[in-house]
Design a protein around this ligand. Structure first.
Ligand SMILES: Cc1ncc(COP(=O)(O)O)c(C=O)c1O
Length: 319
């Protein structure tokens, strides 16, 4: 349709498939950490409880807003140990770890008043009605940034839109060159996401998110996860209930014995560390320290088939 001022002619723009977003009605923001900040700003909490086993970047909003925080422990099922009386006007943040803690989220929602759920590792899990929940898109899809926020609050911050055009080099290089060639740019662009103002999701990220076949991605994740679980459930120190799992982020395999990650990397199976900062925040006798050292988050995403999973299984069995 013609609108006044519309450009006609000139070069052709990048064409992306015009599908549907997964969470069109949620608040669209630039990053997961900024979605967390958005909540802290509108709810005006004066204290935040967060787990020792957390991603470092979630500290950014706490530092920015100068909100005091306290760490809590999780048990061997990755469930929060709430052996304290929450202070007045505080909130408790809990991540749906790897997308496998949906039942825990449901239970927490019945007993914690001011709960914030971080679904950055659980993109496909809908929020529990009434529970503030945020999502980060780049953990699941090839997008430079982007986050969704679900809240029942009517308070809104007025924000300008972010621009993602200069954060895409790793995505482009991954296609034309290789994942490894784009890795330096990935690190650089990651750093660029730090300490940014809260902004609306960029038009580019939104358009990219509209082009994704979410059902296909969810299905492949489930199949790959189940296949790895069949192979590893007997040796995995984490107990996993398949019943509550839908489109998880990774298969978390907890095995004793350091050095497995390095051995896998040597076989070109790249496994991120969750999270190096936890080693600084904890001491060796703490479970969270053991997790940060030994947990292997095996990739199960839409790029991989059953035979890729078989390859991972074989290599781990040999090691
Ligand atoms: C569990 C978790 N939550 C939130 C975030 C922050 O997401 P974003 O990078 O979109 O700010 C991260 C890592 O970046 C994370 O690992």
């Amino acid at each position: 349709m013609y609108t006044e001022g519309k450009t006609i002619g000139g070069y052709l723009e990048l064409q992306l498939p015009e599908g549907k977003e997964h969470y069109p009605s949620f608040i669209h923001l630039n990053t997961g950490r900024n979605a967390f900040e958005y909540l802290l700003r509108i709810k005006k909490y004066s204290l935040v409880y967060l787990p020792y086993f957390s991603c470092e970047v979630l500290m950014e909003p706490l530092r920015k807003l100068k909100i005091p925080y306290r760490f809590y422990h999780i048990d061997r099922k990755l469930e929060p140990l709430i052996n304290f009386e929450p202070e007045f006007n505080s909130c408790l943040m809990y991540p749906n770890y790897f997308g496998i803690k949906t039942e825990t989220v449901r239970q927490l929602s019945t007993r914690v008043d001011h709960l914030i759920i971080d679904n950055s590792q659980a993109f496909f899990q809908l929020p529990v009605t009434g529970v503030d929940t945020f999502y980060s898109c780049r953990k699941f899809f090839g997008v430079p940034d982007g986050a969704y926020l679900y809240t029942e609050s009517n308070t809104r911050l007025s924000l300008e839109s972010d621009i993602s055009a200069y954060r895409c080099s790793h995505l482009i290089k991954s296609i034309d060159l290789s994942i490894e060639t784009g890795y330096y740019d990935y690190l650089k662009n990651n750093i660029g996401l730090g300490n940014n103002a809260i902004k609306k999701m960029s038009v580019l990220s939104r358009r990219m998110l509209c082009g994704i076949d979410y059902e296909a991605c969810r299905k492949i994740r489930n199949e790959n996860f189940e296949h790895l679980h069949t192979a590893f459930s007997g040796i995995n120190e984490l107990s996993i209930d398949l019943k509550n799992i839908d489109g998880p982020m990774a298969y978390p395999l907890l095995l004793p014995g350091k050095g497995l990650r390095a051995a896998l990397i040597a076989k070109r199976i790249f496994i991120a560390s969750y999270w190096p900062n936890v080693l600084e925040w904890t001491s060796e006798e703490m479970f969270e320290n053991y997790l940060a050292n030994n947990l292997l988050a095996l990739p199960i995403d839409h790029r991989y088939s059953r035979s890729d999973m078989d390859q991972i299984i074989q290599i781990i069995r040999k090691l």
